[in-house]
Ligand binder design. Structure first.
Ligand SMILES: C[S@@+](CC[C@H](N)C(=O)[O-])C[C@H]1O[C@@H](n2cnc3c(N)ncnc32)[C@H](O)[C@@H]1O
Length: 219
């Protein structure tokens, strides 16, 4: 499928797939959305000095980069597992402008992209990454995690990644009181989360989106 690098509303780049009519991030602002959903309502809410994260959809590595920068700034030790079924071509990754916009002076994004798959790689003092090339449908994480960045393409483009079986896997992977965050606020998705025993919070979304979802595993 053809992939194109585009510039979103906040000046940061993203990738667009014309065939699916789907963007990797909000067209209103890729960095703005990722910071709001995954940093502000994700890692920033976890009150621990050491946090294990699972991301569904490594994509451009933007969430991984923002999380590294957050971990270094706040001296929080992060172990980050990220699954990706269709790794983005290097030619496209080189066109992304995240390092310039985020003052990534150590070229952390390059280190993230160069990291080997299927093994733990120390990216910086506080951030260790394992990229996993697999489809979430046939993968079960062995480690339990504190936080899930649920960043699949939207239910319109990929309904099969928002069904109850996948959400059950996410529930199983989370520690007690673990949290799943996503940009999505679809009604059926939230009902499914509730039916699995998650406590579901609807929070204000990033600019251009009314709501997002935060789900807490509660016993
Ligand atoms: C919304 S994008 C993720 C954006 C990414 N988090 C970032 O920071 O750039 C969704 C990602 O999920 C990946 N994906 C699609 N189907 C998948 C599957 N079955 N299993 C795992 N990843 C999948 C896509 O290739 C894409 O990279």
């Amino acid at each position: 499928m053809k992939h194109e690098v585009i510039i979103t509303g906040d000046g940061s780049s993203s990738i667009f797939i014309p065939e699916l009519n789907e963007h990797y991030h909000s067209s209103h602002g890729a960095i703005q959305e990722a910071e709001h959903v995954f940093i502000k309502h994700g890692i920033q809410q976890v009150e621990k000095e050491s946090v294990t994260i699972f991301e569904l959809g490594f994509g451009t590595g933007l969430n991984a980069l923002l999380t590294t920068l957050f971990a270094e700034k706040h001296k929080i030790r992060v172990t980050y597992y990220s699954i990706e079924a269709f790794p983005v071509d290097n030619a496209l990754l080189e066109q992304l402008n995240y390092s310039e916009l985020l003052e990534d002076t150590n070229d952390t994004l390059k280190t993230i992209h160069a990291a080997a798959w299927e093994t733990d790689v120390v990216i910086s003092e506080y951030f260790t990454l394992q990229k996993i090339e697999a489809k979430i449908e046939i993968f079960q994480l062995q480690q339990s995690v504190d936080l899930i960045y649920f960043d699949a393409f939207g239910p319109r483009a990929q309904a099969e990644l928002w069904n109850i079986e996948i959400l059950q896997k996410m529930h199983k992977a989370l520690n007690d009181d673990g949290v799943l965050v996503t940009y999505c606020a679809q009604g059926q998705f939230k009902r499914d989360l509730k039916s699995l025993g998650f406590r579901v919070e609807s929070l204000p979304g990033p600019p251009g989106k009314r709501e997002m979802t935060r789900a807490i595993k509660s016993l």
